[in-house]
Design a protein around this ligand. Structure first.
Ligand SMILES: Nc1ncnc2c1ncn2[C@@H]1O[C@H](COP(=O)(O)OP(=O)(O)O)[C@@H](O)[C@H]1O
Ligand SMILES: [Mg+2]
Length: 355
């Protein structure tokens, strides 16, 4: 069976009593005591690694409340880094302009509440990537916003971002495959055993140079376009990192969106998929000059392999013991990575205008 290559779609929200979310919003004064009994108070909740709720107050105001799911469901994730970014934004305008307005930052209980970005009455969550990178206006605004949060944080002390973990796959395949479903573990071993992929990851690891705050998880459902400004959400993977990892994440997202849209990732003359040839100049002209160009080919390829592993994870119960992973939809991703590695020199030279 071939699955649509959209393994990263969101679960549907359900209506629940949302008592933790509403209690937190009441404790910080966003909800009044009487609101808690008001039948117009509405809570819709998504539950994955985190519980993310949209709370609608009786007067129509809306907030998002996020906290880690209990026990194993959280996969050991926590919101320390995400909460820290909201704290930093108090004195770093380059971050503040890229975030929704915070309502409650609670490190002790690991709760984040922020303004809801969207229109009242709209369905929530919106479908995956409601503002896709394939819209030139989105590519340009992401470039402007990213340049600001990178540029404003070069001297800031930060916990390291853990987002580039895929680069270390070859160091310890055992750990990388532990706790994974059989199909996903086999995919990680397949990547580690493949000469092209393993060399690429080792080289990318060697090139990685942390220097500023990176978001770390650049993907279409982690931003919302509001009043002509792009607001980034989901800073959980953020921290001190190589700015090239965010830029490469953006280039990878261009490829992935084209695959999701069924357009495919046909390579152009440069070795980059045509979609990147069209969109990357818009993004990079907005980001302006960068000294990261030497790393963009290996990092984009590595980020693509990371997302491929997520797609395999999501489809793991359907992966047969001897399958080549075709049923997970990752083939166009792997083909793109191989072509980029083959055409490495010309794909790197293609960035000359931005160096
Ligand atoms: N401030 C917000 N405004 C509107 N929707 C939001 C907001 N924060 C989160 N969401 C929605 O909830 C989803 C999950 O939130 P996110 O912070 O990305 O958590 P996760 O780590 O589970 O991906 C987002 O993809 C988005 O659809
Ligand atoms: Mg997210």
């Amino acid at each position: 069976m071939t699955l649509a290559p959209q393994r990263d779609v969101l679960a549907l929200a359900r209506v629940d009593d949302g008592s933790l979310a509403t209690r937190a919003l009441s404790a910080c004064g966003w909800l009044e005591k009487g609101d808690l009994q008001d039948p117009r108070l509405r809570v819709e909740t998504l539950s994955r690694f985190h519980v993310v709720s949209r709370v609608t107050a009786p007067d129509g105001r809306m907030a998002i409340v996020k906290y880690p799911a209990k026990g194993a469901a959280s996969g050991g994730r926590n919101l320390a880094r995400e909460l820290y970014v909201y704290r930093l934004a108090r004195w770093k305008p380059g971050i503040a302009s890229a975030l929704p307005r915070p309502i409650l930052l609670d490190e002790a209980r690991q709760i984040l509440a922020v303004e809801y970005l969207g229109h009242a009455g709209s369905e929530w969550p919106l479908h995956f990537a409601p503002y896709p990178i394939t819209l030139p206006a989105v590519a340009a605004r992401l470039g402007m916003a990213m340049a600001k949060w990178h540029g404003d944080t070069t001297e800031v002390s930060l916990l390291p971002s853990l987002s580039a973990g895929i680069l270390h796959l070859g160091n310890d395949t055992e750990t990388a495959t532990a706790d994974r479903a059989a199909g996903s573990a086999r995919f990680m071993r397949f990547l580690a055993d493949d000469t092209v992929f393993s060399q690429l990851l080792a080289e990318a690891q060697h090139l990685y140079r942390p220097s500023c705050l990176i978001h770390g998880d650049i993907r279409g459902d982690n931003w919302v376009l509001q009043d002509d400004e792009l607001k980034l959400i989901d800073w959980e993977m953020s921290g001190l990192g190589d700015p090239a990892w965010d830029i490469a994440g953006t280039l990878a997202e261009m490829v992935l969106q084209a695959i999701r849209d069924g357009i495919g990732a046909e390579p152009g003359m440069s070795g980059w998929p045509r979609t990147v040839e069209t969109l990357a100049p818009i993004f990079l002209n907005a980001y302006r000059q960068t000294d990261t160009c030497d790393r963009l080919v290996p990092f984009t390829a590595a980020r693509l392999l990371h997302v491929a592993s997520e797609w395999v994870d999501a489809a793991a119960p359907l992966v047969n013991e001897d399958s080549d992973f075709t049923e997970t939809g990752v083939m166009p991703i792997l083909t793109t990575v191989r072509i980029l590695c083959e055409k490495r020199t010309q794909a790197t030279d293609w960035f000359t205008p931005w160096t």
